[in-house]
Design a protein around this ligand. Sequence first.
Ligand SMILES: [Zn+2]
Length: 248
Amino acid sequence: MTEKDFSTGRYSRFVILPSIGVEGMKKIRKARVSIVGAGGLGSVTATQLTALGVGYLRLFDKDVVELSNLQRQMLYREKDVGKPKVDAAKEFLENLNPDVEIEVIQEEISVNNVELATDNVDFVIDALDKFTPRFAINKKCLEKDLPFLFGAVSGLTGNAMTVVRGSTCIECLFGHVDDNKLPSSTITGIHPSIIQLIGSLQIAEATRLMLKEDPLLTNRLLFIDIGSMNFDSIEVKSKNNCSNAKYH
Ligand SMILES: [Zn+2]
C-alpha cells in the first residue's frame, strides 16, 4: 500500500489526524494485537481495531452466540445465534476490512494456556468477564514486558486501566477476587452504552501503543457511571505484597 492510498483511501480520515499521519498509519498496519473475549467489550474493540486497519488481530472466545447477546454484542446478527462466536466474528470482521489478518481461537484463556494470548503480539486487550484469566494475563504480560489494557463493565458502570512494566497492575488494584462470588450480567444486566465507552477508551489507549507512544491510563483507574454521568480518574498505587511487585 502506497502513501497515496493512506492519504486518499480507506484510512484517509484517520491519517489526516496530526497525531496519526502516514508514518503512524504504517505502524498501525504492522501492529499485532490480541483481544481476549468476544462479548461486549470484544465486539467494540475488535470492530474498531479492524476498521482502523490493525495489521493482525487474534480473538479468543469459547462460547456460541445467544439471542440475549444481540442487545449489546454488535459483532453478531440474529442469523449467528448458535454459531461459535469466533466464527461469526471472523466473518464480520473480514467483511469489514479484508486488509486485516484475523486469527480466531475458540478457547477460554486460563493460567494453563495464557501464552496463546501473549505470544507474538505487541499487547493484549482485556475483554473478559472473569478475574481469574484476567490475573493470569496481567501476570504474563508483565513477565513478557507487554502492555495489558484492562477493561471491565457491569450494569451501568465500567472501568479501564493500562498495565505496563513500571506501573501498578490489576492485582494491586483488586487483590484477590473470587469469580464465583461476583454477580454475572445475567443478574446485574448490562447497558450497551457503558460497553461502547469502555471499549472505545481501550482503543484510544491501543492507538497510542501502536504508535509507540506512552499510554495515558497507567497508575490510574478511569471509572465511569452512566447512571450519574460521573467520570472519575482514581490514582492507583502499587502494593508491595503484589505477586508482580518486582515488575512495578
Ligand atoms: Zn501489582
